[in-house]
Write a protein that binds this ligand. Structure first.
Ligand SMILES: Nc1ncnc2c1ncn2[C@@H]1O[C@H](COP(=O)(O)OP(=O)(O)OP(=O)(O)O)[C@@H](O)[C@H]1O
Ligand SMILES: [Mg+2]
Length: 159
């Protein structure tokens, strides 16, 4: 049985990223743990905002860079959005229990700068790498680990 699957898409502009985010949101409504990689300004937060919008979030979605965690309870499923950048390696240990807790059940958890907690990420997760191509063009690469997440990348590949 396969335990890893990849989907890749070049989004030529923000509208294109929105299309991808809406498709992903629909497929991830059963819950998903997402780790986001990519350099500063690549488009990690932009993707989370669009997924939250697709799930009808009522609040304004902002970057959690300074607060580490933002929670949204007005969307179709609870959304937890971590940004570990300011914690770096040492600080991450202080929130590991929280991170694990939020990864279970029917909710959507996003972790930006997950490289700081690489070893603590649950096996079943969706890894999304964002790379800057040029101007408004970005490449989103999804790497699915675990059965439920593989269903998501397979559906995206078959779209
Ligand atoms: N196709 C695209 N997809 C996503 N974002 C795009 C695209 N084109 C332009 N952008 C812009 O690129 C910027 C991405 O910023 P964003 O805050 O999402 O970066 P980030 O990866 O979260 O960075 P950080 O590491 O600082 O948190 C936004 O201003 C967004 O509007
Ligand atoms: Mg960000």
């Amino acid at each position: 049985m396969k335990n890893r699957n990849v989907y890749e898409r070049i989004c030529k502009n923000l509208e294109d990223t929105k299309d991808l985010a809406y498709k992903f949101a629909k497929l991830a409504e059963g819950g998903c743990f997402v780790s986001l990689y990519g350099e500063i300004g690549a488009g990690k937060t932009a993707f989370v905002k669009l997924v939250a919008e697709a799930l009808d979030v009522k609040e304004k979605v902002t970057s959690p860079s300074f607060v580490i965690l933002n929670e949204y309870h007005t969307a179709r499923i609870p959304i937890y959005h971590f940004d570990l950048y300011r914690l770096e390696n040492e600080g991450v240990s202080t929130i590991l229990d929280e991170l694990r807790e939020y990864s279970e059940g029917r909710q959507l958890t996003f972790v930006e700068w997950a490289e700081f907690s690489q070893d603590e990420i649950p096996f079943s997760h969706m890894k999304i790498n964002v790379t800057y191509e040029d101007d408004d063009s970005r490449k989103y690469t999804f790497e699915a680990f675990g059965e439920e997440n593989i269903k998501i990348t397979e559906a995206l590949n078959n779209d």
